[in-house]
Design a protein around this ligand. Structure first.
Ligand SMILES: CCCCCCCCCCCC(=O)SCCNC(=O)CCNC(=O)[C@H](O)C(C)(C)COP(=O)(O)OP(=O)(O)OC[C@H]1O[C@@H](n2cnc3c(N)ncnc32)[C@H](O)[C@@H]1OP(=O)(O)O
Length: 471
């Protein structure tokens, strides 16, 4: 990560501390629909005689990966206000962002038209800045959604003025950011060895099918699969270790487990054949490349900041063994805050015995999409994607789609997940920097999500997808 991005984040964290006291401030308030109005202060301190109201669009609830319109009405002409967004995750950890604005002559403040002034978490015209700039108060914490059946509750406070401390509360409202679209079915799957959740869109199937494999860390993460199912795919979120009776750690990745999952999808009466798609992020990316290389029934594979070398665990399939790419902890650079930069820790899979870890992706019969954050500090995603592309073409295979995003780090998530700059690495055992600059990273997430969806529509459905820019 660049020094500039680190200092932006440090500044955000520092300034968010200034706002802590206001969050717990008690005060009588009355609820009007989703708008909580706070009684006005004495006339002498009032800048406007009108009550400010917050308007969200959509009004009360939206899907997490959709943009959210925010406007404030009833402010004074050119009134200076600070908008503060906050959200608590399921562990109770607080995420906050704030931005300084000046209302228009008519007392209206529409974030789609009004630029944020310097001094907040972001500046400039950023209609969704209060979403993507959310930062955790707890160091090394990421926004993760574990229970997709409940929404995140976003709170917006409108505060008077641009002071360093919180100004008088002028209006407050809440909005639900949901994961499950109405009618999408969430089906826990415990078939054979498979531990997974299948998301089925509303209506009569069959639907194009996708298996979603998340990165190292264990457990069963459903949020990306669930959001993708909202767009008409049958998506299986697949756990592969540290979940129920699956192996506790990731010493070895056995592809027969993943083959069972592919066969489960291909045989499911709600899944349209003849092949399925794979979506893999990080360690999930190289698992998907291995699945595509060795298993039948894969039509399209989207890899988000993945590797084309097998990493972190031995891979086994029948009589095939692929060793993990070598690494050297001495190449980890640790900064003054104790955060590691592991970008140079892995060996080169084109050299010496490490060539054995290169996955023979030329065996695959599917189309590939590589999504790359050019500021990925977990590993060299762009190098991996380019080498994968070269190898495919050298074997007469179709050139994969490769989309590179400058300023995007490792943790490319669905839209509006705030960028995580550093957190505990599940395999390295220390906090590491993931890379990325928050605004560029957020824009990459929005575009990458559309590209992934369009890729699967093209190859699994044969239909064009919606192309509207959702930023
Ligand atoms: C030589 C060099 C080679 C370099 C070699 C480089 C090779 C890189 C190869 C891998 C690259 C990757 O995959 S990178 C990672 C990408 N991974 C993912 O995207 C998957 C992310 N999944 C996860 O992080 C996990 O599944 C969680 C956090 C969702 C697990 O949730 P859980 O199953 O409910 O577990 P839980 O008990 O709550 O917590 C387990 C631990 O995670 C922490 N944790 C829980 N929630 C959070 C959170 N929101 N933000 C931060 N941390 C959290 C807890 O404090 C705890 O830490 P503690 O008390 O145990 O300390």
């Amino acid at each position: 990560m660049g020094r500039r991005a680190m200092s932006v984040l440090a500044a955000c964290r520092q300034s968010s501390r200034c706002w802590q006291s206001c969050l717990s401030r008690p005060g009588p308030a009355r609820q009007h629909g989703n708008i909580l109005r706070v009684p006005e202060a004495p006339a002498a301190r009032r800048l406007s005689s009108m009550a400010a109201t917050i308007r969200f669009s959509p009004s009360t609830r939206s899907l997490f990966d959709e943009p959210l319109g925010i406007a404030v009405q009833g402010l004074g002409p050119r009134q200076q206000v600070t908008l503060r967004a906050s959200l608590r995750d399921e562990a109770g950890e607080l995420f906050e962002a704030h931005a300084r604005y000046q209302a228009a002559d008519d007392g209206e403040l529409d974030l789609a038209r009004c630029p944020a002034l310097p001094g907040g978490s972001f500046s400039g015209l950023e209609p969704t800045g209060l979403l993507w700039a959310l930062q955790p108060r707890k160091a090394f914490w990421r926004l993760v959604k574990k229970d997709v059946t409940t929404p995140f509750r976003l709170q917006l406070d409108v505060l008077d003025g641009h002071g360093d401390g919180p100004g008088r509360l002028l209006a407050q409202a809440q909005h639900e950011r949901a994961f499950l679209r109405d009618g999408v079915r969430r089906v826990p799957v415990r078939e054979g060895r498979i531990r997974a959740t299948l998301f089925l869109p509303p209506g009569n199937g069959p639907f194009p099918g996708v298996i979603d494999v998340h990165g190292a860390g264990g457990g069963l993460l459903e949020y990306r699969a669930c959001l993708l199912a909202n767009y008409g795919f049958a998506v299986l979120a697949l756990a592969y270790y540290s979940y129920e009776d699956l192996p506790k750690d990731m010493k070895e990745v056995n592809l027969e487990y993943f083959e069972e999952a592919v066969n489960f999808m291909l045989q499911h009466n709600q899944v349209k054949g003849p092949g399925i798609g794979l979506l893999g992020f990080s360690k999930g990316g190289d698992i998907c490349v291995s699945m595509a290389s060795f298993l039948k029934g894969i039509t399209a594979t989207a890899v988000v900041n993945g590797s084309v070398a097998n990493v972190g665990a031995v891979l086994r399939y029948k009589d095939i063994t692929i060793p993990p790419l070598g690494s050297n902890r001495k190449r980890i650079r640790v900064n003054k805050s104790g955060i590691g930069d592991i970008i140079d820790a892995l060996n080169n899979p084109l050299e010496g015995p490490d060539r054995q870890s290169f996955i023979p992706l030329e065996k695959a019969e599917c189309r590939f999409l590589f999504i790359v954050g050019q500021d990925d500090h977990n590993w060299k995603s762009e190098f991996f994607a380019v080498e994968g592309s070269k190898r495919l073409q050298a074997h007469g295979k179709e050139k994969p789609e490769l989309i590179c995003y400058p300023g995007a780090g490792h943790y490319i998530q669905p839209p509006f997940f705030p960028m995580c700059s550093a957190s505990m690495h599940p395999l390295v055992g220390m906090p590491v920097m993931w890379g990325g600059e928050p605004k560029a990273h957020c824009e990459a997430q929005v575009d990458a999500w559309q590209q992934i969806e369009a890729f699967f529509h093209r190859h699994l459905k044969g239909e064009p997808s919606r192309t509207a820019n959702r930023l």
